[in-house]
Write a protein that binds this ligand. Sequence first.
Ligand code: ZN
Length: 74
Amino acid sequence: MKMAEIMMLPVAPYEVNGRNIFDTGISTVGRGGHDYFCAHCGRQMVHNMDLSKIEAEILYKCSCGGLNVPPPVE
Ligand SMILES: [Zn+2]
């Protein structure tokens, strides 16, 4: 699989709706996949992971405080 650079989609605090929030901290590094960038500040949040394989609906919190979701898989 070719690694892609993927811009996340922004989520506002009122849109959380009880979904789990994962704090990526400085950076979360996986073992194969893509790079994901915060929709709020543009920072790389997740490196080398495939978030589309995670079935649970999780929001990803950047160190800037912004909440993000991965874009839908095409
Ligand atoms: Zn951010």
